[in-house]
Design a protein around this ligand. Structure first.
Ligand code: PLP
Length: 361
């Protein structure tokens, strides 16, 4: 099996599995004052220290959540009150659905957000801007530091969805200048069920919670924290030290697909080292995904809904990709990819393109 769908979920790292196993043996609730509770609290705070150190944020400004979706929703609900909301056109649905009436920041044909348009959108009443670090479908990296400076100058807040960038790109919240940053465990080799919203000092002082409950996470997120998932998340964060080594294999995959007739989208701008978005003219993306799956190669088409159906990609539409928006697959290499995966993909893609392009053309 050749698993090339890391942007959907990364395989769990062995360090993370070990941490989950160890945490399963801890019985206490971190809110309890007795010895068992204190042991659980220690585990939780150790995990918080690891996440804080990795992303250059203060430990008390790490709010553990159930994942990236909740971290995005908390940022938008908690920082967006009384503000206009602006979201880039290629944000993940976790952001778009949490801000359905937001103004849309346009992107160019590579999916890079238009900074002149941002400047215009910032004029007027105070805003909350949502700009992702890297796109889940194309890998396009956004000019987040530039956006942060514009936001600061206009009195706007900036939320960065770093779910796809964290663990793959260097990520320092202190340097980024964002007010909040969303990260997710299962996108960097930890278990699903954990994530975090990382806050600036100012944002920590003003955010309102989405879930109130028992006042956990310094009142920012109620609910007993899932210790095994959080311990596994922290271990994965510690182990995930960048995906740069995957770029040469990604480039070989891309070259093989182009040789078989594909068009690589957003390939000329800075992007995630593990990701390529490949359109095969005339062949629907679902058809490609099924053909490759039958050949033992797992990739994805645009955005798979929870129903398993494939929706037309709003990301590629925003990039004005035209008919290619229905014909593009996402290939995303996992942290444990092997050179053999390049070869398997190239073989399967060539065979598929020979068969389906002929039929389409
Ligand atoms: N943001 C981006 C960019 C994503 O790619 C995803 C998941 O695909 C999410 C948010 C949601 O994260 P989670 O699956 O942890 O809820």
């Amino acid at each position: 099996m050749t698993y090339l769908d890391a942007n959907a979920t990364e395989p769990m790292r062995p360090e993370s599995k070990d941490a989950v196993r160890a945490a399963l043996e801890v019985t206490g609730n971190p809110a309890s004052v007795h010895a068992a509770g204190r042991a659980a609290r220690r585990l939780l705070e150790d995990a918080r220290e690891v996440v804080a150190a990795a992303f250059a944020v203060r430990p008390e400004h790490v709010v553990f959540t159930s994942g990236g979706t909740e971290a995005d929703a908390l940022a938008i609900h908690g920082l967006g009150q009384g503000r206009r909301i602006v979201v880039s056109a290629t944000e993940h649905n976790a952001v778009r659905a949490a801000a359905p009436r937001a103004a849309v920041l346009p992107v160019d044909e590579n999916g890079v957000a238009d900074m002149a348009a941002l400047q215009t959108l910032l004029a007027g009443s105070p805003a909350l801007v949502c700009l992702m670090l890297a796109n889940n479908e194309t890998g396009t990296i956004q000019p987040v530091a530039e956006a942060a400076a514009l936001c600061r100058g206009a009195g706007a807040l900036l939320h960065v969805d770093a779910v796809q960038g964290a663990g793959r790109l260097a990520l320092s919240c202190a340097e980024l200048g964002a007010d909040s940053v969303a990260v997710s465990s299962h996108k960097l080799g930890g278990p699903s069920g954990a994530g975090a919203l990382l806050l600036s000092s100012d944002a920590a002082g003003r955010i309102t919670p989405l879930i109130v409950g028992g006042g956990q996470e310094r009142g920012h997120r109620g609910g007993t924290p899932p210790l095994p998932a959080i311990a596994g998340f922290a271990a994965a964060v510690r182990a995930a030290t960048g995906a740069g080594a995957l770029a040469p294999w990604r480039d070989r995959i891309e070259a093989a697909a182009i040789a078989a007739g594909a068009v690589a989208l957003a390939a000329t701008v800075p992007r995630l080292p593990n990701t390529t978005c490949l359109a095969l003219p005339g062949v629907r993306a679902e058809t490609q995904v099924i053909a490759l799956d039958l050949a033992g190669v797992q990739v994805s088409a645009g955005a798979a809904c929870s129903s398993g159906k494939v929706a037309r990609s709003h990301v590629l539409d925003a990039m004005r990709a035209g008919p290619l928006a229905d014909q593009a697959i996402r290939v995303s290499l996992p942290w444990n990819a092997a050179e053999a995966d390049v070869w398997s993909f190239a073989q399967a893609y060539q065979a598929m393109a020979d068969r389906l392009s002929r039929r389409a053309g």
